[in-house]
Design a protein around this ligand. Structure first.
Ligand code: GLN
Length: 542
């Protein structure tokens, strides 16, 4: 029997609803249940793929090629369950499905309305593709009170009714601010938010309250009374020093026990949290520290590189070191010498990116790393920039560039108009749609015998996730290999370069895919583990 837990948020955004959902998923898993997490996003984009990183943070890509909300990254990192296309649904997708059906005549002459047509479509998505999961945790994006989220709240209200309390539960996350002038914690915003929810017909069964200090029993009683929730189901969610402490902290406050109690499941036996305790121990008591420069364009907004910073931390966990990140806007290298910014670092990472702005700085960073023998990890755009650097500065192809920046006589990176996925040929045109037309999702890559990456992965073939439009141009392979840059990973048909490396450099690897999307704290990605290991060696040199 699959049970549904609907998670809403109130008072303000950015309370960490995604993390809270992911942590609850991990706790239920630790109790032996099979879980899947889903997210309903109220905005009208069909998916976040067309949104700027400044707007939305990172776009998380699934194996099956969906461009999704970054919360799905938290879900995967906390549960290890690979997300799928159907695990993130936006209002845009719902409406576009409903409108397509209407045009097709599926509604048989009826007037198409938010209730029941849009809400039915939402319910269909929530319940689709479920196999043998014990729990579906369904997070509703946004904050209760937003106009956009109303159809979603109405749909989950209906579902709650249809499924009954034995199969559904509502959890609401709010904030209890501390007003320093009065020296008091304030419960009023939480009361208002619950009132709003009650007005929509949803009664929360569990209230999670974000708070920056202990919740006194008197305040807990007050919230329970005013919000019509059992006192023990008011769970304080205090700030913690590591996100991987969250499952442990929520368990200590009784969250998983309350959920089990609601569904009349036994909760006396303690869940096995040893995995999380080990990770937190490693995070809190590292044996050393390395500094990695992340040279990117969206560095002011850390959410744009969420999976990346987590993966670097996982590399640290694997090597028992703390990883300090120096976020550097690549444009500074276009004005100032790279040395002043990169001299002290133990490794340089150039992440994914789009557009010409800042690209020259990334090329400079790759050059610095190559010439000074500093470990370099280029991801997607970071690989493409390393290839342009090699073409210009070693192979002597002075005009080498990417067609992403305009016409060039030497397109060492160019637009792919046709490629193979499985047994199918995929196509795109220059004037085609922007949304959903990149090379997306998991593709196989064959690793060259004797290469460093083959050694790191320990297997001849890998599957990694992609999200890009441009590719390193195979026609320049010979010239670049002659210059010393080896093409150590290729698509199985040998057409698309997937990995480049310098065999005579301490650690210089560029990958066309996004390894950060598959790293987990309890299963750090081998490339990040190896990169941090190289950075430790480098730190002993400087
Ligand atoms: N802009 C590049 C492309 O589309 C790289 C994309 C990325 O780094 N994800 O190919």
């Amino acid at each position: 029997m699959t049970r549904f837990i609907f998670i809403t948020g109130g008072v303000v955004s950015s309370l960490g609803k995604g993390l809270c959902s992911a942590a609850l998923g991990a706790l239920l898993q630790a109790r032996g249940y099979k879980v899947r997490l889903r997210k309903l996003d109220p905005y009208l984009n069909v998916d976040p793929g067309t949104m700027s990183p400044y707007q939305h943070g990172e776009v998380y890509v699934t194996d099956d090629g969906a461009e999704t909300d970054l919360d799905l990254g938290h879900y995967e990192r906390f549960t290890g369950v690979a997300s799928k296309q159907g695990d993130n649904v936006t209002s845009g997708r719902i409406y576009s499905t409903v409108i397509t059906k209407e045009r097709r005549g599926d509604y048989l002459g009826g007037t198409v309305q938010v209730i029941p047509h849009v809400t039915d479509q939402i319910k269909e998505f929530v319940e689709a593709g479920i196999t043998d999961e014990d729990f579906i945790l369904c997070e509703i994006g946004g904050t209760v009170g937003d106009i956009e989220s109303l159809p979603f709240l109405e749909a989950i209200r209906q579902l709650g009714n249809e499924l009954g309390p034995e199969r559904s539960m509502f959890m609401h996350l709010t904030l209890i601010p501390y007003i320093s002038a009065a020296g008091e914690l304030k419960t009023k915003p939480t009361q208002h938010s619950v009132k709003e929810l009650l007005g929509l017909g949803i009664r929360p069964d569990v209230l999670m309250v974000r708070i920056d200090r202990e919740l006194p029993p008197s305040e807990r009683r007050k919230i329970a009374l005013f919000c019509n929730v059992r006192e023990e189901a008011v769970i304080p969610a205090m700030d913690v020093d590591s996100i991987y402490q969250v499952p442990i902290a929520y368990h200590a406050e009784g969250l998983d026990a309350q959920v089990c109690k609601h569904f009349k499941l036994s909760y006396e036996k303690e869940p096995d949290l040893s995995r999380w305790k080990d990770i937190v121990h490693r995070v809190r008591e590292p044996e050393g520290e390395v500094t990695i420069a992340v040279v990117g364009k969206y560095v002011q907004l850390k959410d744009a590189y969420k999976s990346l910073s987590e993966s670097l931390m996982h590399g640290g966990i694997a090597n028992n070191v703390r990883v300090k990140l120096d976020w550097i806007d690549s444009e500074v290298f276009e004005r100032e010498d790279a040395v002043t910014h990169l001299e002290h670092v133990d490794g340089i990472l150039v992440p994914g990116g789009f557009g010409e702005r800042g690209s020259q700085g990334k090329i400079e960073a790759a050059r610095f790393a190559r010439e000074k023998n500093v470990p370099y990890f280029g991801i997607c755009f970071g690989m493409q920039m390393a290839v342009i650097e090699a073409a210009r500065n070693i192979a002597g192809i002075q005009k080498a560039s990417s067609t992403e920046f305009g016409n060039t006589p030497d397109p060492v990176v160019g637009l792919m108009t046709e490629w193979v996925k499985g047994n199918e040929v995929q196509r795109r045109t220059e004037a085609g749609d922007k949304g959903g037309t990149m090379r997306l999702g998991a593709y196989a890559c064959a690793l060259a015998a004797g290469s460093r990456v083959r050694d790191i992965y320990g297997t001849p073939s890998i599957m990694e996730r992609h999200r890009h439009r441009f590719e390193v141009n195979i026609n320049y392979k010979q010239a670049l290999e002659k210059a010393g840059m080896k093409f150590s990973g290729m698509s199985p048909d040998g057409v698309l370069p997937e990995i480049v490396e310098y065999p005579d450099h301490p650690w210089f690897i560029g990958v066309q895919f996004h390894p950060e999307l598959k790293s987990k704290p309890f299963e750090p990605h081998p490339l990040f583990t190896s990169f941090i290991e190289a950075a430790i060696k480098q730190s002993r040199l400087v």
